[in-house]
Write a protein that binds this ligand. Structure first.
Ligand code: NDP
Ligand code: GDR
Length: 342
């Protein structure tokens, strides 16, 4: 019988890649979706005949209990979150509820349905993955950052993720649950939301190349990140749930680039000089910035055998080419979709 996985956040970037990866591994894959006719189901529309959906919301405990009870998963991947860092200042309480307390609600749903922590033998040992983030490191205490680096988050998002991280560890230690966190550094793809910097760059560069835009407004060009390809990172999530012992892992490339590097590569891919188009706009500068993040992925490499495949230059070029192809197609067939996320 095939193993069953439940993914929260299946309509997001990572959810779509993880669903594909688990289907390839022979899993029966369920996605938790919220709301009626969620428009972002389109991101997984090509998989719609292979996936199953269950309704639920990380804000609603009873919906999560009902979802776990219905699906009876072997593995749960908790990717659902408010994930855009600037939004977390505007909606700090909601970010705490979804990105932080949502993790507790998911763990509680698993505990209640499987009977962990009550007398008697638990009905089922479900394995739980929490999407932790390098944003928890924030103002870094050491470089590169490993599983033992202390956290100093710099945004309500980072603080909420730190709560999710520690409550996952606490349920592992308190109830013996197989519950782990992957501390993932930034990972990108042509499916990345348009608000995140790499996709904002690739999409705007493609528009400029096609004469649909004249400039690219950005914030801090000196911010440095360890950027990888999302398609590579979802296999690390899966591997973390296949180990004998539940442990947390840092996942990243160990290579750092600046936003300015990203811009230079993206404009270079279409033969344009970036300095003629990029404008620094205070609107995109954050109240508290995370200047540099760099992963030490030694544990993931040695224990999971995990390695990133795509280099940053290849990633940015691939994203620009994907946006160019999409916008060209949209220009031909549907003017409207040239301006919306896909
Ligand atoms: P996205 O922003 O693309 O996706 C977020 C997902 O969360 C969407 O499917 C969204 O669903 C869902 N969601 C939002 N609110 C709720 C809610 N109340 N109940 C249930 N689901 C909800 O994120 P990514 O795919 O990029 O990231 C996946 C996870 O990994 C996130 O937790 C993120 O914080 C974390 N992470 C991401 C990194 C990255 O570089 N991408 C790095 C480190 C961690 P809907 O369609 O309904 O809005
Ligand atoms: P981040 O990603 O905040 O690291 O969170 P994002 O792409 O938003 O920003 C990266 C860096 O680029 C700088 N920057 C800009 N960012 C955006 N979005 N827009 C701009 O115009 C711009 N100009 C400069 C930012 O200041 C920042 O330093 C992502 C999310 O996926 C999180 O959910 C995840 O946890 C972390 O990555 C790891």
């Amino acid at each position: 019988m095939s193993r069953r996985a439940l993914i929260t956040g299946i309509t997001g970037q990572d959810g779509s890649y993880l669903a594909e990866h688990l289907l390839e591994q022979g899993y029966e894959v369920w996605g938790l979706v919220r709301g009626q006719a969620n428009p972002r189901r389109s991101r997984v529309s090509r998989l719609v005949h292979d996936l199953r959906f269950v309704e639920g919301d990380l804000l609603d405990q009873s919906s999560l209990i009902a979802a776990i009870d219905r699906v009876q998963p072997d593995e749960v991947y908790n990717l659902g979150a408010i994930s855009y860092v600037p939004l977390s200042w505007q909606q700090a309480e909601l970010t705490g509820e979804v990105t932080g307390l949502g993790v507790l609600r998911m763990l509680e749903a698993l505990r209640v349905v499987s009977g962990v922590g009550s007398s008697g033998t638990p009905s089922r040992q479900v394995r739980f993955y929490q999407a932790s983030s390098s944003e928890m490191f924030g103002e870094v205490a050491e470089t590169p950052q490993s599983e033992s680096t202390v956290f100093h988050p710099r945004s309500p998002y980072g603080v909420a993720k730190a709560y999710g991280h520690f409550i996952t560890r606490n349920y592992r230690e308190s109830f013996g649950m197989y519950a782990v966190s992957g501390i993932l550094f930034n990972h990108e793809s042509p499916r990345r939301g348009l608000e995140f910097v790499t996709r904002k760059i690739s999409h705007t560069v493609a528009k400029i190349k096609l004469g649909l835009a004249g400039e690219l407004k950005l914030g801090n060009l000196d911010a440095r990140r360890d950027w990888g390809f999302a398609g590579d990172y979802v296999s690390a999530m899966h591997l973390m749930l296949q180990q004998d012992e539940p442990r947390d892992y840092v996942v990243g490339t160990g290579v750092v680039h600046s936003v300015r590097d990203a811009v230079r590569i993206a404009f270079g891919a279409v033969g344009l000089d970036w300095s003629r188009y990029v404008v620094v706009d205070e609107e995109f500068v954050r109240p508290a910035e995370v200047e540099t993040l760099c992963a030490d992925p030694t544990r993931a490499r040695e224990e999971l055998g995990w390695q990133p495949r795509l280099k940053f230059e290849e990633l940015m070029t691939m994203m620009v080419e994907a946006d160019l192809a999409h916008l060209t197609h949209a220009q031909k067939y549907d003017e409207y979709s040239a301006h919306v996320d896909w």
